[in-house]
Design a protein around this ligand. Sequence first.
Ligand code: MTE
Ligand code: MO
Length: 516
Amino acid sequence: MTRVKALSAGLLAGSVAAAAMTVTMLLLACLGVATPLVIIGDRLSVFISPGPFLSLMGKVGGYNHLKELGVGSTIAGQLLVGAIAGAIFGFAARRNFHRPATIWTISIFVVLPIVAIAILLWPVLGTSYIGLPIDAARLLTLVSFALCVFVFERTLVAGFQFLARPRVGTEDREFTPTVGRRAFVLSAIGVALAGGGVALARKLYRAATFSYDGLQYKGRIVQPITPNDQFYCVTKNVVDPRVNVQLWHLEIDGLVENPRVYRFDDLKMMNSVEQQTTLMCISNGLDAGLISNAVWKGVTLRDLLESVVPLSQAARVRFWGVDNYTDTIPLEKAMEPTTLVAYEMNGVPLPHRHGYPARIIVPGYFGEKHVKWLTRIEVSRENAKGFYETQGWGPDFITPIRSRIDAPDHESWFSLGKLSGPIEVKGIAYGGDRGISRAELSFDNGKSWRDAEIYYSGGDLAWSLWKTEWLPSAAGDYILVVRATDGEGDVQEWEADRSPFSGVTGFHKILVHVTA
Ligand SMILES: Nc1nc2c(c(=O)[nH]1)N[C@H]1C(S)=C(S)[C@@H](COP(=O)(O)O)O[C@H]1N2
Ligand SMILES: [Mo]
């Protein structure tokens, strides 16, 4: 066989094999198995610090696009690498193409990638979208990956032999019309595989988080308690877990005397508490709606930790989601009676996208710390870090005082002549786990302030809703500003020395035009 023919036969066989492997991965992904298609992104994202991360996100048009780009380029990259590997294989195998040594193809195309993946992706292998415990998930991820590369290897060898084997009854009359026909058949198989891959990708796309990741709750519709289907949502995942509670375990281990494993029913049998708590994402802008309030029911983390007895060196607690998301809080905060492992949200089991079957609720800390799809609680030393902390968010994760004007809209117009009464101005105020004692409004960009009425208070751990009536005396442009005071008497302010990655501080302002 000539070099060119061997290279092109290898290239074609490699492309088809890569397509077969990708389809296998998509199939596994549909079954909730972690595949390189998504965990490579998880692995890489911790290396990108928040500044470049945000600018990258801005460049590609948002977090969802970044995720799409991540998966898309992984698929493209793997098809490309497969094709090139096929070409190299064809070139190397051209002399004894009818019996390439299986030991070599298995070593290079199966064993080597498994070892590489095990080393490079070790920290994220314990991911399972159906909720398997971490060790079982890691094993399943590896075995599934082995299956994928095995599919690649077998398809490559078979495809290449199919193209390169001599026609029956002839001796090495290569690239006759037979070869052309065979290339056509193999390409057709490749196209069929690609079609199947696209169908699977579509199915996954419909199940993906793109439709709700970044959902905000703000404006006139805001009520004291956010309905579950309107509760803001942030996830690092392309497809969120749908945990099978029969498979699910909650492991509690690390620096403890008696590590324990809880099943869902064990949690339900324990003493439960119910509390209203507001969650806010660290990246919530001054005018944005990545903040919502719900009533959560669950067990106190303290009860769980006391059952395992933390050792004296214990200083932090690290939470693990089944999606391999992690975050930490100080042990002291973990022991507060309001830090929960919650399994109900507004009277119903946690919806899948909010962490079914159980999540952490840690009042007064940014949303990041409220780990969803909880599967492991690890008591650890002082230096343990979470997913976003490793990226470089923080160092402060305690929510500052924030408030927002929900009505009227920014840039709205009123005509004095047509007003039948005062304009209703309303919004929210949030003081972490310190409650809200006061909300004030300014209609002159902060020169003077007057009290608004707090007409709803959800307690110390939740937001308060405020409103006031405004009757502008003259036409003009008005800048409305809101500021809140928390339950400890601290007044909302712009903190000049706060790290930009510890959440923004400052005031929400809107512009309102009043005409005669
Ligand atoms: N397991 C897991 N937990 C997670 C996340 C995640 O991607 N995976 N996202 C975090 C972030 S950034 C926020 S702001 C909150 C959002 O919670 P919600 O979607 O229920 O509002 O969940 C946190 N918990
Ligand atoms: Mo977040």
